[in-house]
Design a protein around this ligand. Sequence first.
Ligand SMILES: Nc1ncnc2c1ncn2[C@@H]1O[C@H](COP(=O)(O)OP(=O)(O)OP(=O)(O)O)[C@@H](O)[C@H]1O
Length: 337
Amino acid sequence: MRQSEIVVEGKNLTLGYRVGKKRTEVHTGLNFQLFRGELTCLLGANGAGKSTLLRTLAAAQPPLSGNLYLLGRDLSTYSERELSRTIGVVLTDRTQAGGLTVYELVALGRQPYTGFFGRLNKEDKQLVEHALQAVEIAHKARCYMAELSDGERQKVMIAKALVQECPLILLDEPTAFLDVVSRIEIMNLLHRLAVEENRAILLSTHDIEQALVLADRLWLLSSQGGLECGVTEDLILGNRMDTLFRERPHIKFDLMHGGFSPEVSGEKFIVLKAENEILRHWTQNALNRHHYFCLDASALNQKLPLLEVRSSNLLFYTEVNGQTVCYTSFQHLLENI
Ligand SMILES: Nc1ncnc2c1ncn2[C@@H]1O[C@H](COP(=O)(O)OP(=O)(O)OP(=O)(O)O)[C@@H](O)[C@H]1O
């Protein structure tokens, strides 16, 4: 992977809120860089500070201290007009602009160039059409926003950010409210746009599964650990994912399957032999829910029961006394062991 241009850089940044003389620090000493041509996903528990960080990067609130650079220049020196040409912000809002058509809403993204009442020239129109095609919503260009699904509306908001021609796009939970197919589509789309259009795209999400598949980099934000940044696989294999929910030790990151799950509170042990990895995984899933710790065949001895799974309807359970029973489904097995 080539080293690409840094779009945003934070140095020793303190984030938070100032109301009158009261100062509430949400994070201190944050250091990070965001690169062009990459999709970066910001992950963190509820209240970890993701929206606060995104708002600070979007210049919607100033940092309490430290340095924040956008394309090498202090963010606080940007004018409103410069900001609207440099940062595209997509917020999660279910009821946006229902009375506008898709085309009109995306065209609003050209305002930083055309002015509020500005007419679109030929180039503007081409950009709008290109953006509608890029997010695969061109066929709905004449529909009203109110007539779209949540996923389609999200695509339109992304198209609007695209026509702003900003090197940086920030999205706060763009896949909230979406079904699994739309979540995959939106994340895929954002990754493609980051690479093909050479933008720096940063989004916050609770959709860890999708983030682990598509994010070029992760930003892991936690109240105790601050911000950890890195290429997705470096953080996963460096055991950094568990830092996200450090204060909830009963939730563990499953390195094999890339998701969080409750730690097994096993009281019973069983030796598990399975025909293949898929059968092993789902058998373990069922047994863990019933408070069994599963050991592999190397732990085989007479003092532990053995479950041999050849298929989902051929399960051989051998009790400690050596008696073997064959079960024909998980329901059958779980009702009897
Ligand atoms: N306007 C505000 N004034 C003071 N504190 C605030 C304000 N907004 C948020 N906070 C605090 O900042 C902290 C981080 O909140 P933030 O909304 O950034 O978290 P988040 O990671 O986006 O959470 P979620 O995943 O629940 O959306 C929280 O403790 C919250 O109470």
